[in-house]
Design a binder for this molecule. Sequence first.
Ligand code: FES
Length: 181
Amino acid sequence: MTALPCAQSVAATSPGVLSQRAAKGFEREIAKYPPEGKASAVIACLAILQEEHGFISTESEMLVAAALGMPPIAVHEVTTFYNMFNQAPVGRFKFNVCTNLPCALRGGQHALEHLCSTLSVEEGGTTGDGSFTVQKAECLGACADAPVLLVNDLQMVSFMNDARLDELVSTLRAQGQADAT
Ligand code: FES
């Protein structure tokens, strides 16, 4: 597995303040659409703020709503619809384990429980050292490879079984330790 970018915050600014970097990103994304369609940049703008802060706060939603002329509730609907947007801070590595029917029929729920038990976390929880978050996901569009999980919204792990999951956890733990030194 190639090294994954951290799922946690890299920002120095507070979620309620639009950094210069984020403002430039917003400008770039909004310019891709006609003025009356600038709401189409909502996902890209949310992604910019999540990259900075590690999750989407109410303050971040307000910033996006103001920039795009959208009602805050409409931005919140987008944040809560997509798995890739974190509603709260997450661990260094976030596991989205698919438990929809095709994955469930091939052990998706077992994989979720195995990870939770291995890492001693509740579903949706984060390990005490902040290394791992384990959560359920809706269909990830890779049903033929079931059961699957997604790490940090970027890397798909297919045909999960206990051995593959144990190896994944140990590889990522080593990566986290290497990143910290
Ligand atoms: S049901 Fe799991 S990827 Fe589609």
